[in-house]
Design a protein around this ligand. Sequence first.
Ligand SMILES: NC(=O)C1=CN([C@@H]2O[C@H](COP(=O)(O)OP(=O)(O)OC[C@H]3O[C@@H](n4cnc5c(N)ncnc54)[C@H](OP(=O)(O)O)[C@@H]3O)[C@@H](O)[C@H]2O)C=CC1
Ligand SMILES: O=C1O[C@H](COP(=O)(O)O)[C@@H](O)[C@H](O)[C@H]1O
Length: 500
Amino acid sequence: MSNPFREGMRRRRTPDACVLVIFGVGDLTQRKLLPALYRLAMEGELNPNFSIVGVGRRDWSDEGFRDFAEDSVKTSKETGEFDQQTWDGFQEGLFFVGGPFDQSETFRKLKEKLEEVSRQRDTGGNVVFYLATPPSVFAPIAELLGEQGLQEEGSNFWRRLVIEKPFGVDLESARELNAHIHKTWEEHQIYRIDHYLGKETVQNLMAMRFGNVIFEPLWNRQYIEHIQITASEDLGMEGRGAYYEEAGIMRDMLQNHILQMFSLVAMEPPANFDANAIRDEKVKVLKSITPIPKERVGEFAVRGQYGKGTLYGESVAGYREEKGVAPDSVTPTYVALKLEVNNWRWQGVPFFLRTAKRLPKKVTEIAVVFKNPPSDIFPNKAERNVLAIRIQPDEGMSLKFNSKVPGQDNYLREVVMDFKYDAFGQLTGTPYGRLLLDSMLGDATLFPREDEVELAWQLVDGILEAWKAPAPEFPNYKAGTWGPDAADELIGPNRRWRRL
Ligand SMILES: NC(=O)C1=CN([C@@H]2O[C@H](COP(=O)(O)OP(=O)(O)OC[C@H]3O[C@@H](n4cnc5c(N)ncnc54)[C@H](OP(=O)(O)O)[C@@H]3O)[C@@H](O)[C@H]2O)C=CC1
Ligand SMILES: O=C1O[C@H](COP(=O)(O)O)[C@@H](O)[C@H](O)[C@H]1O
């Protein structure tokens, strides 16, 4: 049945016919990208001539890649019911090129394949290259594409490059990577992906703030006591221990997803909805973060690592017991951070950010905690008002405020007004689907620009540098608990972390 809320909201821009080249046929491609693309096909969002060329060091024919894709689509939780007719059309557009990513020969074969697919499927020369590979091969791939001239655009066709995260491992490597890629690719062709920006609820932050008048007048130091951003995960390593040993929580979640949410909550209104106008404001607020002096990192950041514990009634292993992890690893799986923003809007309002693995549940929330009322005329104390923005799950927003308890006394009690996203019907699409579609449409609004990425690294680098000093006694929180006690001290005596 049609839903009037949704119909009004839907954009219906169909991308040009194009080929999506996916480098890497690993976990991300299998669990996220192919299911998201199939779902776009189910929803009729793709151009009928849309095609995919997988590239990887497997000895596959096109058929082999089609089997891999079918399995991925059928086993994914994100695709909904399997539809044979959609699949039949979708799989006709799947092709494969085998070879390592550091040899010109692979790229020569890819060029030939693209010419063939372009002729056969009438894709007009438009190509999105998606790097779903370990970061170590981002630069060589970008360069070898250039060696074959595959980045060159024409008057009637385009070429784009989508790059996965993490974009570098620190500021220096991110700058080098940007410089390296820019030797061949222009900034307008580059799409650095952060899948949190593909989430409807993250996009709604701007709609909520700048599409209403009731929030923005309160959105400042006069009314807000502090803001908390939490992304807690119940999962452990899920076989990604080796990667995580290099990344840790700061590079895996904080440098990208958490700081992106922070920027959207804290930035000034952009002049318009143009990609660069929005990115300019995000950059401005990132530049306003008060630098954390190296010798005072302990006052602003708490790190943790999970030991064995209990989750949903089951015993789970500690981080050091996970596959691919060193038995004496000091890689953090938990971070809580206090940020201060030095501008007129936010001076004196701390932002508390926390993200971790193996906490009691999976939940991402932004909580805006307001100040206490200036006078105290009631028999009991008014609690602080809280606007809680639920990014996931149970997507929505709730406003907690004080109300009079019926009766003769003027006692106050907290009550809640709640909005759930299901008012719009079921949320459609997946974050990856939305971002893949935007890359085909040439809309970079939801992709961080190079300066955003570098500023985020600048902040993270300082903390990682200080953390080279010996770690606290790890593990320092049990799997299935809310993290180390030091995080409670960080948030301070008159505040507490949200119980989610
Ligand atoms: N998995 C996830 O949930 C997420 C992943 N990401 C990012 O996505 C990217 C890919 O991650 P993921 O899919 O998990 O990684 P995987 O290791 O599962 O997959 C990487 C793929 O790249 C291939 N590959 C690596 N080096 C070469 C090479 N030199 N030549 C040819 N093929 C090569 C691997 O081939 P082979 O199989 O032969 O080794 C593998 O198929 C990473 O940047 C990651 O940070 C981001 C968010 C979430
Ligand atoms: O990028 C990543 O994100 C996921 C969390 O994403 P979500 O959409 O499920 O919240 C995280 O598990 C992973 O470690 C990280 O690489």
